[in-house]
Design a protein. Structure first.
Length: 322
């Protein structure tokens, strides 16, 4: 379950506006991205609970806005680079194969952050450092940092491919594309029952936008779907999940076509930027990713249309993600 294998080249690097990159709890292999400097606005980076190998890229030190870095529960090796990032408040490098000493720039963090490695902590860290305990917002939890043997892959996979949250207002777009990864479902439908109020919520708000903006739904090349926004408004809608950045609906169109529609909210981005990001998302292909088939943009309404899967997979992929 989750994403398996190395990160495809020329994918994540395209999303230069990312603010949050979360790929935790997958089965991703290979090295970490080499050049972190492409994400100048990155504040949170979570690569934990995977199978990454190789060294920690020194380019992380160029992320001047980075607040949180979690590389725990991987197979990273070599020495820890001197990451002089004053903005870094949260760090976790536990349970890797790192060696050497902790660089001075990171000695302000508590010792558990570096546990489960081959580091010489006695020479570098003051385990009772008042600075570390008072200034690090991370408190050592009870069993919240499992060893690799006990790590679970049932949490939502983020590729984030999770790419999931980018620049303010863009977060919903990029993160949704990344986070549409298969996780272990509970079986069955998973979605809430069809209710008239669901359809009303989806159609009435979108209909107001339609009256002011006649932009058509944009379908990607090779897509065999054929409907317009009015067809979508008339569709029977079932809520599959709600999250921070919007609601996912199962839309059953009159011609028997069924799709999953992500209705984004609070996404303040121009049409050109939106279309550019949709083009990037639309090119992403993975066995465990729902393919983006179409999108719609107006100032008031932004929709993303995905394939719908039965047996609860869509609900498992989308419910409660945002």
């Amino acid at each position: 379950a989750g994403l398996i294998g190395p990160i495809p080249s020329n994918t994540l690097s395209r999303l230069s506006a990312l603010q949050t990159l979360n790929l935790e709890s997958n089965s991703i292999t290979g090295p970490l991205p080499l050049d972190f400097s492409v994400w100048k606005n990155l504040t949170i980076a979570d690569f934990s609970n995977n199978s990454f190998i190789g060294s920690i890229p020194s380019s992380i030190s160029k992320l001047t806005h980075l607040n949180s870095l979690d590389l725990s529960n991987n197979s990273l090796s070599g020495e820890i680079p001197d990451l002089k990032v004053p903005s870094l408040k949260e760090l976790n490098l536990a349970n890797n194969n790192l060696s050497g000493i902790v660089p001075k720039s990171l000695q302000r963090f508590p010792s558990w952050v570096f546990s489960g490695n081959k580091l010489n902590l006695d020479l570098t860290l003051n385990h009772t450092s008042e600075y570390a305990s008072a200034n690090s917002p991370l408190q050592q939890p009870n069993n919240s940092h499992p060893t690799r043997k006990n790590k679970r892959l049932s949490e939502p996979a983020l590729l984030g491919i999770i790419i999931a949250v980018s620049l303010v207002g863009f977060a919903a777009i990029a993160s949704f594309a990344i986070v549409l990864c298969y996780k272990k479902g509970n079986g069955g439908g998973g979605g809430q029952s069809v209710m008239k109020s669901h359809k009303t919520e989806f159609s009435s708000k979108t209909e107001a936008s339609l009256s002011r903006d006649r932009n058509k739904i944009i379908f990607f090349e090779g897509c065999n779907l054929a409907f317009d926004l009015e067809d979508l408004l008339r569709a029977s809608a079932e809520v599959l999940g709600k999250g921070t950045f919007g609601t996912v609906y199962k839309a059953a169109i009159e011609d028997a076509t069924t799709v999953a529609v992500k209705r984004l909210k609070e996404v303040t981005v121009g049409k050109r930027e939106f279309e550019q990001q949709m083009e990037v998302v639309g090119r992403i292909r993975h066995d465990n990713l729902a393919a983006l088939r179409a999108y719609y943009y107006s100032k008031e309404e932004k929709l993303m249309v995905y394939d719908y899967y039965e047996q609860g997979s869509v609900s498992s992929m989308l419910h409660g993600m945002f």
